[in-house]
Write a protein that binds this ligand. Sequence first.
Ligand code: PMM
Length: 294
Amino acid sequence: MIATQLPTGAARRCQVMGIINVTPDSFSDGGRFLDVDAAVRRGLELIRDGADILDVGGESTRPGAQRVSEADELARVIPVIEGLARSGFPVSVDTMRASVARQAVAAGAVIVNDVSGGLADPEMLPFLAEADVTCVLMHWRAHSTRMDDYCFYDSVVDDVCSELRGRVESALAAGVRAERIVLDPGLGFAKNAAQSWELLASLGRLRDLGFPVLVGASRKRFLAEVTTYGRREPDVPADRDEASDAVATIAAAGGAWGVRVHSVSGAAAASRVAARLRGATVDAGLAGAWAGRR
Ligand code: PMM
């Protein structure tokens, strides 16, 4: 039996969260996994490539994206979560809606990844307290249609740390247990490229907040400047996978709790290299447990 409870304190090894966007319009993989079977198959591929957690989302948060209805979001994510959780894999739901989080947890999700850190839906923090599940609280200022208007900071690192501290205080006040909280700086969300790089360079400051830190850099816009090498044509998001792997290596070596990635094999290697360098035993992860069951 594969364990579905996740380490919530300092993880033994940087957790690799493989992304499954069940959306028509996510910036890098929109439309590819809208069909339930295709999404579940994608989850199994990610596990075989070395993912520790599968993050299932039904609402795109790319800049400019419009919100989807609750009904559409539920119809997209719940069957996929059921399919993956039934196989015993740790599933996270990427949602800003408490109602979706509630049904996802009932369907087997063990993590709620709320990019709004509880700000988008006043019911979210009370639900997280009641369900007592691990939750990712990300730094966020506004929905995707307006987030690029909110890239103003005195010091991006100080301001993000202080706003994340505010999210933690609200979560604790709502009854969420501290051991359940993971924080995320929200790279690219109300941040321009320079601000995202500065946050990435300040992992230590984020870790000093006293909670595990998740880093979501995979295929994001700010990586384009290190992938085009001065070429004239714009890159496509999948061209950013090597840069995403490099970020995963730096994050894992810098003590991140986890990295959220589209293509997992490089991040899975990064996580194991970083663990090995710290003297930890290198495990086969879920891929090994999955292979062992067949
Ligand atoms: N980024 C996206 C979606 N969900 N969740 C967390 N915790 N952190 C992130 O950085 C994050 C997220 C947007 O990227 P995608 O459209 O490729 O999923």
